[in-house]
Design a protein around this ligand. Structure first.
Ligand code: HEM
Length: 125
């Protein structure tokens, strides 16, 4: 069984990413970084990426091509502050799922690793 199936499949990722973007929508630092007025398309891209990453359908690649996420984030200034806000909203979203501890830890550790790898300005700038 894939991790995608173990956590409950598409429905779980719908809930996770919806909750995450509710946080972003009210965040004075992160919200202005999103180029589109409607956060819906960004929500869909993150959801499809995570579904694919965890072993679900590969729709993300069909629509967007290879993720190359670090490169796709270069237009945005991501320092420690942005990273930590992103992670705070993701923490709330992960908590809202009520997953078994082992699955929750695996999901969360990936988010921490991925968010740190997206930082593209030095810590002290
Ligand atoms: C896109 C911000 C971390 C996955 C974006 C966009 C912004 C953004 C402003 C453009 C909105 C869009 O067009 O979709 C940030 C910030 C982060 C962060 C401030 C803080 C560390 C992450 C992480 C992941 C991720 C850790 C993956 C686990 C994505 C994906 C897209 C995206 C999949 C859409 C890429 C595309 O197909 O164009 N992000 N992001 N982001 N982000 Fe992030």
């Amino acid at each position: 069984m894939t991790f995608y199936d173990a956590v409950g499949g598409e429905e779980t990722f719908v809930r996770l990413v919806r909750r995450f973007y509710e946080g972003v929508a009210d965040d004075p630092v992160l919200r202005p970084m999103y180029p589109e007025e409607d956060l819906g398309p960004a929500e869909e891209r993150l959801r499809l990426f995570l579904i694919q990453y965890w072993g679900g359908p590969r729709t993300y690649n069909e629509l967007r091509g290879h993720p190359r996420l670090r490169m796709r984030h270069f237009p945005f200034r991501i320092g420690a502050a942005e990273r930590d806000r992103w992670l705070a909203h993701m923490r709330a979203a992960v908590d809202s799922l009520g997953l078994p501890a082992e699955l929750e830890t695996r999901l969360w550790e990936y988010m921490v690793y991925a968010a740190h790898s997206m930082v593209n300005v030095p810590e002290d700038e």
